[in-house]
Design a protein around this ligand. Structure first.
Ligand code: ATP
Length: 227
């Protein structure tokens, strides 16, 4: 039985839509890093990028559909329900208050996200709040020499291990290897918009949700090729 101090994984994203790349990241992180569960945190108003293709309500609904029947996944609606921009540091501060000072929290990032970490709002404070575990992603190598110098310094100074993550609440940094899945939400949106099926790139119920709610609308000429 998990104790309350078992590390909790946190996976934030636009999830526009959530796909099997995200879900394998969560699943393999849980197994390799000894996480109790992984909490999916869909962004409401992501400050880093253009407005998502699907509404916050639809992105949240897709996360809930994907988590249904999997007791190791939780869905956190707080960023979607907030009017404020979705800054990770704000979310982690709230989670610390909610979960206490001692529970190990592990923020899960794909390499593409980690490579840009030094541009995030108050990013250095993230290490006071959580560990960070970085998963490989096809097309996005992790090259310490190419990181922003201040991030490269953290990378060297904070190297941790899965066992060490469980011993402290925050502050460690590590890379781990998952099944490489070259799946992106951008490619899924493009597939759907061109009238092709996205099936097998994301769970079937989400494929159904996209069709039923007419998300990522197809151009007139290719409409209803798959739904
Ligand atoms: P988009 O194509 O719209 O930018 P995305 O597929 O990159 O979306 P996000 O919601 O931006 O998905 O990603 C959330 C998190 O999941 C990020 O940390 C990202 O690096 C990670 N991630 C997404 N897809 C993969 C994948 N195929 N393999 C490993 N990590 C992934």
């Amino acid at each position: 039985m998990a104790t309350p101090e078992t590390p909790l994984g946190l996976l934030g994203g636009t999830f526009d839509p959530l796909h099997n790349g995200h879900l394998r990241l969560a699943e393999e992180a849980r197994a390799q890093l000894g996480l109790d569960r992984v909490r999916l945190i869909p962004a409401g108003h992501p400050p880093h990028r253009e407005a998502p293709g699907a509404s916050a309500a639809d992105r949240l609904a897709m996360c809930r559909l994907a988590a249904e029947g999997n007791p190791t996944l939780e869905v956190d609606p707080s960023e979607v329900e907030s009017e404020a921009p979705s800054y990770t540091v704000t979310t982690l501060t709230r989670l610390r208050r909610e979960l206490g000072e001692t529970r190990p929290l592990v923020l899960l990032l794909g390499v593409d996200a980690f490579n840009g970490l030094a541009s995030w709002n108050r990013w250095q404070e993230l290490f006071d709040l959580a560990h960070i575990a970085v998963a490989n992603r096809p097309g996005h190598p992790l090259v310490p020499a190419r990181l922003a110098p201040e991030l490269a310094r953290e990378w060297l100074a904070r190297q941790s291990s899965p066992a060490a993550l469980a011993r402290t609440p925050a502050g460690g940094l590590l890379a781990f290897t998952i099944t490489a899945l070259d799946i992106s939400a951008t490619a899924i949106r493009a597939l759907v918009a061109s009238g092709q099926s996205p099936r097998y790139l994301l769970p079937d119920p989400l494929v159904g949700y996209i069709a039923q709610h007419h998300l990522y609308p197809a151009k007139e000429a290719s409409k209803s090729a798959w739904n």
